[in-house]
Design a protein around this ligand. Structure first.
Ligand code: ADP
Ligand code: MG
Length: 335
């Protein structure tokens, strides 16, 4: 799927061999948006194939540009419409099944991708009333830990302007990436906080959320300018004489919003930030495109984010891209 020159999947004409599942989630209209549209709540994205929504088969999604006759159709792995309590459904249908693998040595990654305001943060975090994949995954992992004696730890960092910062522990410097002798990237000094209960998780995680950099743009009052990565790592129980051994990890990522600078009126530092954001999203989509199209070379090294995620994207790792859509603004994020 093309978004600002970014390739996430294949238009329906081409066969899709998905290694990274790509699903679309359309957020509901907000009350003020419905008012501004004189009560019109027709979404620009809808399912074309009339299939049982609970099947995990591919679906055809029709995306329509508002106020024009232009439209496009894509084949995707699944579609979550604005009518669903779709954050919960995304967890139970797409994310929950990745968790057992974490306890068997496999890594997994879930991304929320889309324009600013398309619902990425809501899709990953949810609210207190409607928790999203981040707290729901933590809660599932904690209950498996309770029965197996495994240990769960979290890290939370952001990649901002292609630099990596710890969000759980204030550090004066950015976190540097070091390659080990096997070429695996490590984040030096990134803190890992043991979590024993969901209330502990909320406490630690909400401190991190406060630290995540936000700034003002012309489009949205407060928009996320960084990629926020929550890592839930699981280690085996300590044996006598040996410490815990890392089994697997789940990366839950709220990507920075991709932006069209002609619309946001960005200037100076904002424009520079935006270029970095779009550059790293482009690098990520190229990695996904290469994986899904079985290209011989996967361009992991072209951005900090893809370098860091190399051990959790492709290979034996499972990955899911949740492409978030604003129901009235398709042209902004998808082109
Ligand atoms: P992004 O992180 O992509 O910039 P947000 O997650 O902040 O977007 O969502 C934009 C707005 O839409 C927020 O006000 C958010 O509360 C609202 N929103 C998103 N999804 C839902 C939903 N399922 N129900 C109600 N409001 C939602
Ligand atoms: Mg956000």
């Amino acid at each position: 799927m093309e978004t600002q020159g970014v390739n996430l999947g294949s238009p329906s004409k081409q066969a899709t061999v998905s290694k990274v599942r790509v699903v679309v989630r359309v957020r509901p209209f907000l009350p003020q948006e419905i008012t501004a549209r004189n009560g019109d709540s027709m979404s620009c994205a809808f399912l074309l194939d009339h299939q049982d929504n609970d099947s995990s088969d591919e679906v055809s999604v029709h995306l329509k540009y508002p106020n024009t006759s232009r439209s496009e159709c894509y084949r995707l792995d699944s579609f979550f419409s604005q009518e669903d309590d779709n954050v919960r459904r995304i967890f139970y249908r797409e994310v929950n099944s990745l968790i057992p693998g974490i306890f068997h040595g496999f890594n997994a990654t879930v991304f929320a991708y889309g324009a600013t305001g398309s619902g990425k943060t809501y899709t990953m975090q949810g609210t207190e009333e409607h928790p999203g994949p981040m707290p729901l995954a933590m809660s599932t992992i904690l209950s498996i830990c309770q029965t197996t004696g495994c240990i769960a730890e979290i890290s939370y960092y952001e990649v901002y302007n292609d630099r990596c910062y710890d969000l759980l522990e204030l550090k004066s410097e950015e976190i540097s990436i070091l390659d080990d002798k096997d070429g695996r990237a490590h984040l030096r000094g990134l803190s890992r906080v043991p979590i024993n209960s969901i209330s502990e998780f909320h406490q630690v995680f909400s401190c991190g959320i406060q630290r995540r950099k936000v700034a003002h743009t012309g489009i949205n009052d407060v928009s996320s300018r960084s990629h926020g990565v929550l890592v839930i790592a699981v280690s085996s129980p300590c044996d006598e004489g040996s410490g815990p051994v890392l089994m697997g990890k789940l990366n839950l990522i709220d990507l920075a919003g991709n932006e069209d600078n002609r619309r946001t009126c960005n200037e100076g530092i904002r424009l520079q930030e935006s270029a970095k954001i779009n550059q790293s999203l482009f690098a990520l989509s190229n990695v996904i495109y290469a994986l899904n199209n079985k290209l011989p070379r996967i361009p992991y090294r072209e951005s900090k984010l893809t370098r860091i995620l190399q051990d959790s994207l492709g290979g034996t790792s499972h990955a899911l891209m949740v492409a978030c859509l604003n129901p009235g603004e398709y042209q902004e994020s998808w082109r």
